[in-house]
Design a protein around this ligand. Structure first.
Ligand code: SF4
Ligand code: SF4
Length: 192
């Protein structure tokens, strides 16, 4: 039955170009809809969805120790060879990273390190503002990764950015906070 419906829909669709008309309707809707300008980076900042692969962070356990067991799997699988892991053994006999560096200038944010990690340690978050004029600062260390923003729960929202409406500076809303913002996509659809 379902197959018949699909066939009939396909036949009707081919005869009356319904797919083409649906596509044109959507395109024309955007062409003649209200233009939306995203005032980034001054007034608005878009938070990507959780599936976004941005700046890495390192998970820690309840005792504040990094989850990383310095197995170096992430370093081995990284196609850009941009992860440096040097292990050491703690007094308790645990294997931990003495050095854990990622060169973000070489990283292509593929997420393979996250996929390979057996300890739920290295993750890619939604932070994307890593531009700099000093390439050396793009090498992030273990302490940077521990302090980096976790997964933001408000993905898809637009938050106030660094300037207030009068042009004054304000503290930037960090990703992962629960600040209430506008929903970017619903705003586009409704043309607000
Ligand atoms: S995201 Fe990809 S390129 Fe970047 S550090 Fe991880 S494995 Fe390497
Ligand atoms: S982050 Fe994960 S994969 Fe990389 S060294 Fe640590 S435990 Fe191994």
């Amino acid at each position: 039955m379902a197959r018949t419906q699909v066939k009939r829909h396909g036949w009707i669709g081919r005869l009356f170009f319904t797919d083409l008309l649906a596509g044109l309707r959507l395109t024309l809707g955007y062409m003649f809809g209200k233009t939306i300008t995203h005032h980034y980076p001054d007034y608005e900042k878009w938070i990507p969805y959780q599936r976004h692969r941005g700046h890495h962070f390192m998970n820690t356990n309840d005792q504040g120790e990094v989850n990383c067991v310095a197995c170096e799997l992430c370093s081995k699988i990284c196609p850009c060879d941009c992860i440096t892991v040097i292990p050491f053994e703690t007094e308790k006999g645990d294997r931990r990273p003495k050095v854990f560096d990622i060169d973000l200038a070489r990283c292509l944010y593929c997420g393979l390190c996250e996929d390979a990690c057996p300890a739920d340690a290295i993750k890619l978050g939604q932070e994307y503002e890593v531009a700099t004029t000093n390439r050396a600062t793009l090498v992030v260390h273990l302490e940077d990764l521990i302090a980096a923003p976790r997964k933001a729960t408000n993905g898809g929202k637009v938050l106030p950015a660094r300037l207030d409406p009068e042009g004054g500076l304000r503290s930037v809303t960090r990703l992962g906070t629960e600040a209430v913002g506008q929903d970017w996509w619903s705003r586009i659809r409704k043309g607000k």
